[in-house]
Design a protein around this ligand. Structure first.
Ligand code: DP6
Length: 350
């Protein structure tokens, strides 16, 4: 990779003056791992694009084993590989902007080599940006010696992707919308750890290709939807119901509000002009199959993020029946997830 003159100049400065405090990067190589999350009460819409501040609060469940691992080392110029390949635009721009943001906090222009490995389809509505930016935020925190605690780290991860703020923590997590223009109060907080409640999430992957419209673009396109004001107005009540259901381990209460939040978010996308529709025929088939399951007495509820995949929330004794029912639909593959831990980070050999 050829470095530009500006980058080479920065490199010379970096080499000579070690602008991160007095000591340069505090680690030679850092590894971090974060899991994806499923929004039980959805984030959709922004009140500020620059600081990536949400129009509403949200609640999620961190999901194992869906994870992203990143490895950060110093380099002559920024290099980013995702699953072994150079990352295409516009994802590259978003990642470099995030590196710049972390560097601005550290007061350095050090260039970085970033390797990203994700164990599930990327940019397909399975929260790969959440796990990627949570892992990257944690890795940069250690590599650049930012010294951020998990709450402040969640605000940094938020700048990469809003949902990444929640993936800093394991289990059930709330991302507080906050009110401040600088976003300092827009942080994630844990509600309950992953072992609070054994739940199962059966994921129907109906199309593993990257989606045509990113979440950020989708939010921009639908923020003037006819239903946006109603969406914002009801969110506090939905958050309260979800929080209570989680703390009481009330499965029907949580499933009902999660499915309602997801379908309401998609209704607002569909009511925008022009409409935004992320669904595939198999998405609808899964929704209908889960309704049939409920009629036959199986407690299962659907959630759909910005993509065509359906995540079916159920309890472990019902997991097998849900997997069989979804597998019968055809033209989809099934992944199984459970409550997962928060971000992990450590220094490794370069
Ligand atoms: C539908 O966090 O990917 O999954 O902040 O613009 O990067 P940006 O968006 P992103 O959006 C996630 C939207 C969602 C709902 C959710 O995760 O709460």
């Amino acid at each position: 990779m050829v470095c530009s003159d500006k980058v080479l100049r920065n490199r010379i400065l970096t080499d000579r003056f070690s602008p991160i405090g007095q000591d340069g990067p505090v680690a030679k190589a850092v590894w971090a791992k974060a899991h994806a999350n499923l929004a039980l009460v959805k984030y959709w819409g922004k009140r500020d694009e620059e600081h990536n501040l949400p129009a509403v609060g949200s609640i999620s469940l961190t999901l194992a084993p869906l994870a992203t691992e990143v490895r950060v080392t110093q380099s002559q110029c920024d290099q980013i590989l995702v699953n072994g390949s150079p990352v295409p635009q516009p994802a590259k721009k978003k990642l470099v902007r995030f590196l710049d943001f972390a560097r601005s906090i550290a007061g350095t222009e050090v260039r970085l080599s970033v390797e990203v490995h994700t164990n599930f389809p990327v940019a397909a509505g399975l929260a790969s940006s959440a796990s990627t930016f949570a892992a990257l935020a944690a890795a940069l925190n250690k590599f650049l010696g930012l010294g951020l605690d998990p709450t402040r780290l969640s605000a940094v991860a938020r700048r990469g992707s809003g949902s990444a703020a929640r993936s800093i923590f394991g289990g059930f997590v709330e991302w507080i919308a906050g009110e401040r223009p600088d976003g300092e109060d827009s942080v994630a907080v844990p509600i309950a750890p992953s072992d609070h409640w054994r739940l199962s999430v059966v994921i129907a992957v109906t199309n593993s290709q990257p989606k045509r419209v990113s979440s950020s673009d989708g939010m921009r396109l639908t923020q003037h939807s006819l239903f946006f004001t109603a969406w914002q107005k009801e969110q506090e009540a939905d958050l309260t119901l979800a929080r209570q259901a989680i703390l009481r381990r009330d499965f029907h209460g949580l499933g009902e509000i999660a499915e309602h939040s997801a379908l309401k978010m998609h209704a607002l996308m569909m009511a925008a002009r022009p409409a935004l529709l992320y669904w595939e025929p198999a998405t609808v088939a899964v929704l209908q199959r889960v309704q049939d399951l409920r009629r036959s007495g199986v407690a299962a509820y659907c959630s759909i993020d910005a993509g065509p995949q359906v995540k079916v929330l159920c309890q472990p004794p019902d997991q097998e029946r849900v997997i069989v029912a979804l597998s019968e639909i055809g033209s989809l593959s099934v992944l199984v997830a459970e409550p997962g831990p928060g971000v992990q980070v450590r220094e490794v050999c370069p």
